[in-house]
Design a protein around this ligand. Sequence first.
Ligand code: ADP
Length: 494
Amino acid sequence: MVASEAFPLAKTGGLADVTSALCGALCKRGHDVRLMLPAYRGVRDAARAVPMLELGDPLGVGTTRLLKGRLPGYDVEVWLVDNPGLYDRPGDPYLDPAGHDWPDNHLRFALLDRVAAIVSIAGVPLGWQPQIVHAHDWQAGLVPAYLHWWGGRRPSTVFTIHNLHFAGRFAPDLCSRVALPPAAFSMHGVELYGSFSYLKAGLYYGDRLTTVSPQYAKEIQTPLGGEGLHGLLQSRNVDLTGILNGIDTQQWSPATDPHLATRYDARSLQGKAAAKRALQEELGLAPDASAPLLGSVGRLTWQKGIDLVLEALPLLLERGGQLAVLGSGEPGLESAIRYAAASHPGRVVFRHGYDEPLSHRIVAGSDLFAVPSRFEPCGLTQMYAMTYGTVPIVRHTGGLADTVSDATSATDGVGFVFAHPTGTAFGAALERALDAFADPSLWRELVHRGMQRDFGWSRSAIAYESLYEALVQSREPQEQRPGHEQKQAHPTPA
Ligand code: ADP
């Protein structure tokens, strides 16, 4: 498994949660998994990693080696690509402390991918070789490309799209710098509208493609949701599967959550009322048990649609509601939320930044949870919300559509769903939710139904397992796929 994030070692979003939970679930099912990550600052110590293999300088970026450690909280072995010049830095996996992309991200992730390719082919002195290399998102997109151009016997590759919007686009003249042959820069290769795209590499060269919900798998094959890649994805339709993400119930369960002062489950919801009280106190909201509290946690970007919530804020306030937002992102959206909070002290609160424990307390302490995304490959927070008895309001898109059924139109509904990405449509769903909140027995039923849904990983892990097994059995040579040009000889990666 190759990824740029894994909880709790490095996390900026859902990718980290999914990588760790999937590896953990596969290990529990008896598979022999290694998770490869860059050795970002602090990760080596957190994983208690020790040197395992000297790799020389595989990409002209300085001496590189592989470390071996454990993923804390999971029974999973982690292999860290250690290159202090590239990874031992402040900031997050992608951005410097000022919030700008690291200018050498193309090299930072090419090295991760190059090392993954090197150690997964035969002949490397590790005594271990995978049958499948599973690469996640653009940061790992070159793994299938390297293995395709390798030319010798190689493991099969799976490439998972967690978000098609992030294409990992760089200057076109990158092939020789990242040790791919010039022929790879082609429409039948890594080229995407004139640039070099790591995502396109994964989509083009991966033996199988998956994405994180069945609905998103359909949407990305349309011009509206395909980010300019719908043609390629349509052509790869038979190789593309949508497998819904699960949630990690070891990390996200109100009955065991260490971040909550009072734990609870569906049978004893007093703990949830206590979580709301505690959250109101922690955030400086008016201590009012009857005020419907709407929570939101996530990246503050156009995709996530927090502006729709702000448009409907007058309605929420008119009905006596409160709003708690945790996140960071686009400056314009941040300042709009900051302004709303300053205008309504005690009723609207904004916590800027990334705060894992607080995210748990907002999920637990809110009555309603807003996920009004313009598009959403899967989305995890709506599943966390339901598990914690917090009723989600979501847009009908991607994984939100696959996980939340509308309580007005379905007898077994678990949330409130709206179709159009407008403040008015969100407001109409919010009104329905507030009406339901005002009816205690209806609300209790809704809360219970959400809490009873099983969002655990086992079903998804079985789906990945079936995919891996089919791939191993087929051993279909990648180059026989229609549309693939003949492979060229290429020097060995090492
Ligand atoms: P995405 O990966 O697109 O950002 P997801 O819903 O798939 O969205 O996953 C987001 C994950 O990141 C969730 O685990 C969520 O709780 C977490 N998260 C997002 N923003 C924050 C934040 N500011 N503080 C704490 N956790 C956050």
